[in-house]
Design a protein around this ligand. Structure first.
Ligand code: MLT
Length: 395
């Protein structure tokens, strides 16, 4: 008899954000008049910026005329967008080839798809608490998962395992971190890069939140670190940077210098993409290219500063109340310790029922997240201000 992928039986019953949505829907059904404050999933609340909207309209018009109509797009990305991203890196002093940039339909899709490139026997090291898809995608693929705890003792930024027996082949680094908001310094990343090069491991660097970094000393890209070119893949997204959560667009950087056992990861990804996708649509890629224009960069900064201000609103109240929290600087998440030793789902339920605040329980990001709750700064300033006030009675 044929068999389904039995590894699905190893997954938790439902995905974190789905479970939160179900609990929220149930609460709303029982309390139809309640004003819910959304600080849960990191979904943006501001509209796309004018440069992007103009590009979307213009690209839709292109599709209406025989001379400018576009059908299938190149599988690895439109040259105009690959060039724009390459130039964006060049402006930060990182030299890339246009063919080392791959356009994707978003970081979460890519984080799962890219696992095709690695043998099933490769063990994945996940620093927990972590974006739950790192673990789930590897469970689905039947891979061994090793865990390293990020906690208060190591400032949520653990160093590579010293244990020479650690069997990790792949490691996920997310900086600025989801969910803790911690950001690796250059010297901390250098330790990881050296560790990966020494053992032949590959770093999957999730840079989805890099746009929130304002401290000039902090790295936006793993490729700012010497040695990263031979051990790293960088996965990035316009979701949080430019409000593309619903529009869907991201990019991945795989350098040609990344080889193992005579195989070249860049060439393998070209082979994979040309087989498994027909590329991201012309209209969406045009919208993405608008993000990298001077007007686009200015306009997305306006939106980013609203989210940064949300973090200031919330953390000012937490400071005043003397509550222990992390993040909120150079990152769009505030990672708060639950009061009075409460469990994170327990505090989630209390916040929902008694203050109508939707947050994300730390335990949803792995056992190391137990005892914490995450607040997203992507909500509206009104909701964030109101949530900060309602928290006064809860912590
Ligand atoms: C989050 O809330 O952790 C993210 O928004 C989820 C995602 O990017 O898929």
């Amino acid at each position: 008899m044929m068999r389904f992928n039995a590894h699905y039986a190893e997954l938790k019953e439902s995905y974190l954000f789905r479970r939160i949505a179900e609990k929220t829907d149930a609460f709303r059904a029982q309390n139809p008049g309640a004003r819910l404050l959304r600080l849960g999933i990191g979904d943006v609340s501001l509209p796309l910026c004018p440069a992007v909207i103009e590009a979307l309209h213009a690209a839709a018009d292109d599709q209406s005329k025989k001379e400018t109509f576009r059908g299938y797009m190149p599988e690895c990305g439109a040259p105009f967008l690959r060039r724009a991203i390459r130039d964006h890196y060049a402006a930060r002093g990182i030299a890339l080839g246009e063919d080392e940039v791959f356009v994707s339909s978003g970081a979460s899709d890519e984080l799962g798809d890219i696992l095709d490139l690695f043998d099933r026997s490769c063990a994945a090291l996940v620093i927990e608490p972590a974006y739950p898809a790192y673990v789930d995608a590897n469970i689905m693929a039947g891979r061994t998962i090793l865990r390293l705890s990020a906690n208060e003792e190591n400032g949520f930024l653990p160093a590579p395992p010293k244990d020479g027996n650690c069997a990790a082949d792949l490691v996920y680094l997310c900086s600025p971190n989801n969910p803790t908001g911690a950001v690796f310094s250059k010297s901390q990343l250098k330790e990881w890069v050296d560790w990966a090069n020494e053992r032949g491991a590959v770093i999957l660097f999730d840079a989805a939140y890099e746009a929130f970094i304002t401290d000039p000393a902090l790295p936006h890209s793993i490729f700012e670190i010497e040695g990263a070119r031979t051990c790293s893949v960088e996965i990035c997204s316009l979701s949080k940077t430019a409000g593309f959560t619903g529009t869907r667009l991201g990019y991945t950087v795989i350098l040609k210098a990344l080889e193992r056992g005579g195989m070249n990861l860049n060439a393998m990804w070209v082979r994979n993409r040309t087989t498994k996708t027909n590329g991201v649509s012309y209209i969406i890629q045009k919208a993405g290219a608008a993000v990298f224009t001077p007007a686009g960069q200015r306009q997305i900064e306006d939106n980013l500063s609203v989210y940064r201000h949300n973090a200031q609103i919330l953390t000012a109240v937490l400071d005043e109340l003397g509550v222990c929290y992390y993040g909120g600087k150079n990152a769009p998440y505030v990672w708060m310790k639950c009061p009075r030793g409460m469990g994170s789902w327990e505090f989630f339920d209390k916040l929902l029922k008694e203050a109508q605040i939707i947050a994300t329980p730390g335990a949803g990001f792995g056992e190391s997240g137990e005892g914490f709750i995450r607040f997203s700064m992507f909500g509206s300033p009104d909701d964030t201000r109101e949530a900060a006030q309602r928290l006064r009675g809860m912590v």
